[in-house]
Design a protein around this ligand. Sequence first.
Ligand SMILES: [Zn+2]
Length: 140
Amino acid sequence: MSTLVDQDLFTGTPDRRALLGSRCADCAAHVFPRQDGCPRCTGGRMEDVPLARRGVLWAFTVQGFRPKPPYTGSKEFEPYGVGYVELPGQVIVEARLTEADPEGLRIGMPMVLTWVPFRQEEDGTPVLTYAFAPETQEER
Ligand SMILES: [Zn+2]
């Protein structure tokens, strides 16, 4: 058993989840997380859409120290990658990366959505958050 850091960010079934974004019915702009107003045309006709599970790495860095509150990740901190992943035709999302070594990352590389442990509930239930992993050939 596991749970998710924020149910409102996701859609789909447990074995095939996607990030939940919004699409503007007027200008087709996509946003994540979902919101009620369009940042591009200021329209209010936003519809929920599952975002693409694959994208390309647009920018990245490595978080080398434990972020300040309200960060709620586990106490045993390990450095992790953070990046912007461009979902083709949709939006660029900020996400944790499974790869923490800059040598294993490069701009433009294909990435796929996955889930990583973020912290544990007091009863030991793992809490997962979304992340992007470099896509290997086998996963294509
Ligand atoms: Zn719009």
